[in-house]
Design a binder for this molecule. Structure first.
Ligand SMILES: Nc1nc2c(ncn2[C@@H]2O[C@H](COP(=O)(O)OP(=O)(O)OP(=O)(O)O)[C@@H](O)[C@H]2O)c(=O)[nH]1
Ligand SMILES: [Mg+2]
Length: 311
């Protein structure tokens, strides 16, 4: 096992007065003899969350400077030197008492990031709506297909990560899409990701701030953008293949006509087929160039990071 001095648990909150007390109470003091520190980052709650935090003497980021859960997580994680950073929501839905199980694979040197999977564990009835579950599964499948991974719960809010690994991630979203972005970036950076089953409880405090359709669409947009930014050739390669296949029918028509009669009478089909195949080739080349740009950009990112570490 590595020598780790401290595990930091970051809890982003926005109006979680009914539940934050229970979350704080359930946080284990130690993980394998390593002290657990708590850092709450509150989004100017107006329901008394801040008073509860004050009463419990919890270290708190005085004021979240930019809006959104993602921005809060990034801001809080930039304020620590702890070797391991964990995240959990303040709505008492994740089993924070399982923190030792979450951190253990990192301590044992088996993982860079550990995600508590609600899909592998048990979900209390009504904790995730059917629409959200389907959306989550769709996003996981898209990611797994594009990045050849085996993630089951990319949107989980209960995760632990090495700080140096977290600092390697390029995170641009400031809201709840942050979980999807962290997962894809971690996969793109070849981090060792381990999922452990966790049980998920129903939100009982303040009502949900989510809107399945709107938020699902937002996550989908981020997912497509981030995947495009990671494996563009896959997207353009598939598009090029589809265009090529569509071009087969008019091309076959013209070619068989040429073979059987010696002339081409279906001139529009010939033009259409040529256009489609040229377009297919252009899209293919575009995909190759995009992939090369992504590869060189990631190399530069790595180089800058290594130089930063040396300095
Ligand atoms: N600091 C901060 N925390 C936030 C913000 N928005 C949400 N949170 C917190 O982030 C955590 C996760 O948000 P939730 O609203 O529970 O999101 P969710 O779990 O996807 O949705 P539910 O199913 O409704 O629980 C909670 O602790 C929120 O209080 C924000 O803008 N800033
Ligand atoms: Mg929640």
């Amino acid at each position: 096992m590595e020598t780790i001095n401290e595990v930091l648990l970051i809890i982003p909150t926005k109006n979680e007065a009914p539940s934050i007390g229970a979350v704080l109470k359930a946080v284990p003091h130690k993980v394998e003899k390593i002290p657990v520190k708590i850092l709450v980052i509150d989004a100017h709650s107006t329901d008394g969350t801040d008073q509860i935090l004050e009463e419990k003497h919890v270290r708190i980021v005085p004021q979240q400077s930019r809006g959104g859960k993602g921005a809060a997580m990034i801001e809080a994680s930039a304020m620590t030197t702890s070797e391991i950073i964990c995240f959990v929501d303040g709505d008492d839905t994740y089993p924070v008492e399982d923190l030792p199980r979450l951190v253990r694979p990192i301590l044992e040197g088996k993982a860079d990031m550990v995600v508590g999977s609600r899909i592998l564990g048990k979900r209390e009835h009504g904790s995730i709506s059917a629409a959200n579950l389907i959306g989550n599964k769709l996003f996981n499948s898209m990611t797994n297909f594009a990045l050849k991974s085996h993630i089951t719960d990319m949107l989980s809010g209960f995760r632990a990560i090495r700080r140096e690994s977290f600092e390697r991630l390029f995170l641009s979203t400031s809201s709840f899409e942050i979980e999807a972005e962290i997962t894809i970036e971690a996969l793109a950076k070849d981090l060792r990701i381990v999922e452990i089953p966790i049980n998920y409880r129903k939100r009982t405090g303040n009502p949900t701030k989510l809107d399945s359709l709107r938020d699902g669409y937002t996550i989908l947009k981020v997912l497509v953008l981030v995947l495009l930014d990671t494996r563009p050739f896959l997207f353009f390669g598939i598009a090029s293949g589809i265009i090529f296949i569509i071009g087969i029918y008019p091309a076959a028509l013209v070619i068989s006509e040429k073979i059987s009669t010696g002339t081409i009478q279906h001139l529009p089909s010939a033009i259409f087929a040529s256009m489609l195949w040229v377009l297919s080739a252009v899209v293919f080349v575009f995909g190759v160039i995009s992939q090369l740009i992504v590869i060189s950009r990631r190399r530069i990112e790595d180089l800058i990071l290594r130089q930063k570490r040396r300095a």
